[in-house]
Design a protein around this ligand. Sequence first.
Ligand code: GLC
Length: 577
Amino acid sequence: MKNNILTMAFILLATNLVNSQKAELPDALQKKWWKEAVVYQIYPRSFKDSNGDGVGDLKGIISKLDYVKSLGVDAVWLNPIYASPNDDNGYDISNYREIMKDFGTMEDFDVMLKEMHKRGIKLIMDLVVNHSSDENKWFQESRKSRDNKYRDYYHWWPAEKGKPPYRWSFFDVNSNAWKFDAQTNSYYLHYFSEKQPDLNWENPKLRQEVYAIMKFWLDKGIDGFRMDAFQFISKDNTFPDLPKEIVNTPAAIIKYYLNGPHLHDYIQEMNKEVLSKYPNAMTVAEGAGDSPEAAMKFVDPDRKELNIAYHFESVDVGKHLKDFGLVKYKSIFSKYDDKFEDKGWLSIFLANHDQPRMVSKFGNDTPQFRELSSKMLSTFVLTMRGTPFYYNGDELGMDNIRFDSIEDYQDVDTRNKYIGIKNKGGDLNAFLAIQKQSSRENSRTPFQWNTEKNAGFTTAKPWLKVNPNYKTINAEAQEKDPNSVLNYFRKLVKLRKQEPALVYGKYTLLDKENPNVFAYTRELNGKKILVLLNFSEKNAPYNIKIPIAKSKIILGNYKIKKINILQPYEAQIIELK
Ligand code: GLC
């Protein structure tokens, strides 16, 4: 009896001790799989074609899962694979519970998910519910009559009220988000292309539809969502007039289009109704407002919304590192990290399907420096605090294709802007020159597997031209080379997985004003790692007051090191003793 009481007392004491330790751990240090994960983004249209139609597909992805596994990544984020007429490559969904015909069938999806899970790879799906396709049944019904039961699933403006107050659109030829629809003598709203009508989140029925879709996929076993254009979902449905002089500026877009009146109410409702029932699901909203404070609102654990903030400041900063400079670039990451030091969680990314290639924007894609700077940038993504979202092909150092002619572009963004400029008699050559650097198509060219026809992506004519440099830049060649960009990436992923300091460790920026070197430490439980990155094509000195004589370089992209100086695009990861 006495023994039992003693045992019970001991258990109680031990549990309290564990709980109080847990309670003391700040949110940022609490372990979660999605903090430790390396996410690999696959653009399905361009990854691997299995059936010879020139378009990548699910069976193609399945055939390459061993490759994905070999990278060491933990999760795959797939761009939309739902039924879609493809006005915006799947970001215009006509049926949320079906697979796009180009990509395969639901059976293929089930096999793909099973095969991923078998390999320990989680699947994050794109959730595109700011808008649907105009070919979605909801919209087809909605446009039929003003009293159709789906009418309020979208935003309509009756024409008898006059022209609706101007709203800007990303992809519309005339940048006008209102499109007249004669059938009901009304305008509908589309922040993206006219084939992407915006859904009306102010309608509770629509929100319930979205929650049901989310449950449908989570119940199938997927591991989370990347939420497309999520900052736009809530709108002021009275559509007040906007001050004329600012309607087209980025400031206005942020002020009037992002963070609508009920955005966070809806995310909290979604959390309550769906996400709280799937506590292991990863959730990341695309875009996170215009400041670290706004980003925190999405992921502050006390607010019960989402997991990971994916802000745009570090990619929207400019077209090329040369234009904005490293000092500014560093300050953005530090500013966000500062706010997120104790709670919330960030993502780290340099590229995705809406951006040019990482090496062409932040590195140097000339033959002399392409490999070195790709490795240096990968070092950055894999050693920063935040979950790395790494875009397919960057592990090979794939670079911008830089199309010469508008005919080569398939992207609704580039094509419609081109028409808009042409209609206004604008400078088309200047526009095309900018697209060579910044167009989204640069990152969407087919994955370069080998030296076979079309880089081994397809046996047919590919939907988008393959970068001709595939003869030298391809996965097969890099497999064989222990010093390739690919094998360096694998080492980085392995290191991050082995070293908790690289995941949870405190980030401290050093040598802040250095215009060429990004230097920082990551520190956890007495372990301190120094990361030195030269973002320039010259030898770069640095000024760091930490004695590094006894330290050990764990990984770097040069064989021979120089003292106190980093060679062009050099990266070093150093364990400090
Ligand atoms: C997001 C997607 C982009 C798409 C847009 C409209 O920004 O990442 O590719 O065009 O939303 O859905």
